[in-house]
Design a binder for this molecule. Structure first.
Ligand code: GLN
Length: 544
């Protein structure tokens, strides 16, 4: 039977519950347990697929095509497992399924209520994961903060589960904030005490408290939390701010969090092997040279909107041994002055995006990268703008465009596939999830992957219009990856350019700390070589 760890949060949001859950997952996996992570989001949207990146950050796509919370990205990156739609649930989905059952008459005339119907649905979704995948431990994160109205049914469900499954099988971990007040030079434990009080009001006594603070907590503060919150001092784990999230598991391990969990849940204390992770963190901190990568998007500086892309760049940079400096460029405000900034970068990345805003800016950037031979990696819309640019300026197809941006374009080089043309419903209706891509022998893409067929995750509606493929190829743009039936373009590249690769899929979702994605790795390697080439060119200019 599986063991369950429930992670809740208190005091404020954005404390890093997701990183806490992921780090715990990594530690338990490194002790040899089969672990999975699950997130419950208390909002009423069915999934985050239709939500604004300003509100919700990126939409993480699982291999089975679910549009999920960005925490699932952290989970996958830390525990190095592919998750599915069973790993993320929302209030919207839970109500949707209960209402559908009610409409089918499955409640036989009974009154449908939050307790027990909604709570039973939540409990069933929590336990289903372990039984489907025969797991040892399920770590289940409850989104939001205790005290939120929306979170109540979830807290009630996890409270009941300790009763249903037995106290030896269920553990509650509460993540709270311990603010530091500089004027008195003290860490304040009162907000944590109040948060635990709130949790207790829902019938839950935490077993472990993760105390988020700017610095390491003095023993005195941990003792105080222990006394007032009724948790042993050794179970008050301190989680100071760190430069890199990848250090968090090591900090937890130092405080023996994994041993403590194993003891509390009666799990065998298998030996732990964190050597590969430690090496990775060491490499992360021993980089000297820097590569500058321009990230050209609509949500400048909004790290959460490009979470997986930034992580994938970071993994590749660590593998290459260089520091990463991301230069944010707002694609809707690209003028000559901002384009100037491109002269300072060693690589350009155009990530995915929807809607017309900023598109012409992205097209100019793709043109710049092609002309000036700056390494270019285009992802999804980043491929579409590269194709539009090439069609306009190399194939001379005037006003070529995507029908997403110009319905009446004379050359719809990017267009909807017939099966997408009559889709009006929003949410889950794009081409989503993992699809095979056949690589062209001898292409750069194929050499980077070192494989013939790869599986990559998608999230888009539009495709390269098959009518124009021959023309693009005849003018020198190589299609180096296609769907197995040969109809859909998956990767394009420019053979006469040091690195110009664009993908219709989102490779960023598959990058893992210890396994940088081959295309990101090659991109950063080329950007690094670009730095070296420019240095040599500059020094020989000086000599002249
Ligand atoms: N807007 C484009 C499409 O739907 C690209 C989407 C993306 O970049 N994820 O096809």
């Amino acid at each position: 039977m599986a063991k369950y760890i429930f992670v809740t949060g208190g005091v404020v949001s954005s404390l890093g519950k997701g990183i806490t859950a992921s780090s715990t997952g990594l530690l338990l996996k490194s002790r040899g347990f089969r672990v999975s992570l699950q997130k419950f989001d208390p909002y009423i949207n069915v999934d985050p697929g239709t939500m604004n990146p300003y509100q919700h950050g990126e939409v993480f796509v699982t291999q089975d095509g679910a549009e999920t919370d960005l925490d699932l990205g952290h989970y996958e990156r830390f525990i190095d497992e592919n998750l599915t739609r069973d790993n993320n649930h929302t209030t919207g989905q839970i109500y949707e399924s209960i209402i559908n059952k009610e409409r089918k008459g499955l409640f036989l005339g009974g009154t449908v209520q939050v307790v027990p119907h909604i709570t039973n649905e939540i409990k069933q979704r929590i336990t289903k994961l372990a039984s489907k995948q025969s797991l040892d431990v399920v770590i289940c994160e409850i989104g939001g903060t205790v005290g939120d109205i929306e979170a109540q049914p979830f807290l009630e469900a996890i409270r009941q589960l300790r009763l249903d499954l037995g106290s030896q099988n269920v553990l509650y971990v509460h993540v709270t904030l311990v603010p530091y007040v500089p004027t008195s030079g003290e860490f304040k434990t009162k907000p944590t005490q109040h948060s635990v009080k709130e949790l207790r009001a829902a019938g839950i006594q935490p077993d472990i408290i993760i105390a988020r603070a700017t610095k390491r907590l003095p023993l005195e503060a941990r003792n105080k939390i222990s006394l007032f919150c009724s948790v042993e001092t050794e179970a008050v784990i301190d989680a100071p701010d760190v430069k890199s999230i990848y250090k968090v598991p090591l900090i937890f391990h130092e405080q023996e969090l994994d041993r403590l969990i194993a003891a509390k849940l009666g799990l065998p204390t298998n030996p732990i092997d964190l050597s590969a992770w430690k090496d990775f963190v060491e490499r992360e901190h021993s980089r000297t040279e820097t590569v500058k990568i321009a990230l050209v998007g609509k949500y400048t500086g909004l790290k959460d909107a490009y979470k997986s892309v930034l992580e994938a760049l970071e993994h590749a940079s660590i593998q290459e041994g260089v520091k990463l400096d991301v230069v944010w460029l707002e694609s809707s405000e690209l003028d000559d002055k901002t384009l100037e900034k491109l002269t300072e970068v060693d690589g350009i990345l155009v990530p995915g995006g929807f809607g017309i805003r900023g598109i012409e800016g992205k097209i100019s950037v793709a043109q710049y990268a092609r002309d000036k031979k700056v390494p270019y990696l285009g992802l999804c819309v980043g491929l579409q703008v590269a194709v539009i640019e090439y069609s306009r300026h190399v194939c001379n197809l005037e006003d070529a465009n995507s029908t997403e941006f110009d319905k009446d374009t004379p050359h719809s080089v990017i267009d909807l596939m017939p099966e997408q043309k009559n889709v009006y419903r929003k949410g889950g209706t794009m081409r989503l999830g993992s699809y095979p891509c056949v690589l062209k022998p001898g292409s750069k893409a194929q050499s980077y992957y070192g494989k013939e067929v790869v599986f990559e995750r998608h999230r888009h509606r539009y495709e390269v219009n098959p009518t124009y493929v021959e023309e693009l190829q005849a003018s020198g743009m190589e299609v180096s990856g296609v769907s197995p039936d040969g109809l859909l373009v998956e990767i394009v590249e420019l053979p006469d350019h040091p690195f110009f690769i664009a993908t219709q899929f989102h490779p960023e979702f598959l990058s893992r700390p210890l396994k940088a994605h081959p295309l990101f790795a090659a991109f950063i390697k080329e950007a690094h070589e670009y730095v070296l080439r420019t240095q040599i060119a500059n020094s020989s200019m000086h000599k002249i």
